[in-house]
Design a binder for this molecule. Structure first.
Ligand SMILES: Nc1ncnc2c1ncn2[C@@H]1O[C@H](COP(=O)(O)OP(=O)(O)OP(=O)(O)O)[C@@H](O)[C@H]1O
Length: 317
């Protein structure tokens, strides 16, 4: 039986400084962060480009040493016991690193040999993992013939070859079309159902909202919020958002008229977002001011709004 109270990844004061040790010009990419990932959960790290997500993932993957702080994974110290930890991790890096000279199945077999698995075990596992990632029909094809989504699924199959307890995924769906993203996230959901612990970074708030049990928001190397998606939405947003778009020439005057109509207003390059507890009422107030938007949309507040509130930036921009 799995014990969901067991902490598998325990980061305290975790810091990454790039540059020579002691060099004052070093750049602090991860700035003393604390987080704990428990067995069986999907834990998300959200942040804009450069927030420090990949640097954090590389430390957890034990391929980049922490500059300071402590990082314990599966009960081991990441600095001293990197090899033991790596043997029990699956890693899906941001860029696909599969061998395009080999066939789909050969990629799994060769990678599995690094873990010292026998050919017999590898043949069984590769068949099962190709089924799991919906690649059975492509097993004997060259990797070069695969679509982007298929390659990403192969990278996931490869990461599972050693039956890892934790899988790290850095931006797993970036660059995929919506259908490929959907299939990939559905497979990740299944992985979680199977009891695998997931630590992932993403730009896609809708997916993070559905898949992640808990998440942290990173900004400039620090964690600025932590909680379940629902907790974060309740803590940092009002119930609804009214999104307004204007004709280019009217934007400034309309924005000025909208000021004060909602508790909070965010100006994005292409939209105005008014946070409110009642979007329809706010829209009526907008109309009473004589404001005529090109489009008006009332929606529930989301993680995207949490991110905007916390960092002043939209992840979509
Ligand atoms: N090897 C390196 N040497 C120097 N600076 C680095 C190195 N790797 C990353 N950085 C810097 O550290 C900061 C954090 O980078 P990191 O890749 O961790 O961010 P990120 O949140 O993963 O962003 P992205 O989504 O673009 O991958 C950035 O400013 C980046 O330029």
């Amino acid at each position: 039986m799995t014990d969901s109270s067991t902490v598998l990844i325990d980061a305290r004061g975790l810091t990454k400084v790039y540059g020579k040790p002691g060099d004052k010009t070093g750049f602090t990419a991860v700035d003393g962060i604390d987080f704990q990932v428990r067995r069986g959960e999907a834990f998300g790290v959200l942040g804009a480009n450069g927030a420090g997500k990949s640097s954090t993932m590389r430390m957890v993957a034990c391929v980049s040493p922490a500059t300071a702080g402590s990082l314990r994974i599966l009960g081991y110290d990441s600095g001293a016991d990197g090899a033991k930890i790596r043997a029990r991790l699956g890693v899906v890096p941001q860029d696909d690193t599969i061998d395009t000279e080999l066939t789909v199945r050969e990629n799994l077999l060769i990678y599995g040999r690094y873990f010292g698995l026998s050919w017999k075990v590898l043949r069984e596992r590769s068949t099962r993992l190709l089924e799991f990632t919906r690649l059975s029909e492509k097993a004997e094809d060259a990797v070069a013939t695969l679509s982007g989504g298929m390659r990403r699924r192969l990278t996931i199959a490869r990461a599972l070859i050693n039956e890892p307890e934790i899988v790290l995924l850095d931006e797993p769906t970036t660059g995929l079309d919506p259908q490929a993203r959907h299939l990939l996230w559905e497979r990740l959901f299944q992985l979680k159902q199977d009891g695998v612990t997931l630590l992932l970074t993403t730009h896609y708030m809708d997916e993070a909202e559905q898949l992640c049990d808990r998440l942290v928001v990173m900004d400039a190397g620090k964690i600025v919020a932590e909680g379940t998606p629902a907790e974060l939405i309740a803590r940092y947003t009002l119930r609804e958002v009214l999104e307004l778009r204007f004709a280019p020439g009217e934007r400034q005057i309309m924005t000025d008229k909208c000021r004060g109509l909602a508790e909070r207003m965010e100006e994005l390059p292409d939209r105005l977002l008014l946070s409110t507890d009642n979007g329809e009422e706010t829209l009526s107030a907008v109309h009473r001011q004589g404001v005529q938007p090109l489009t008006a949309l009332v929606r529930r507040s989301s993680l995207e709004d949490v991110f905007l509130t916390l960092t002043g930036r939209s992840l979509l921009d």
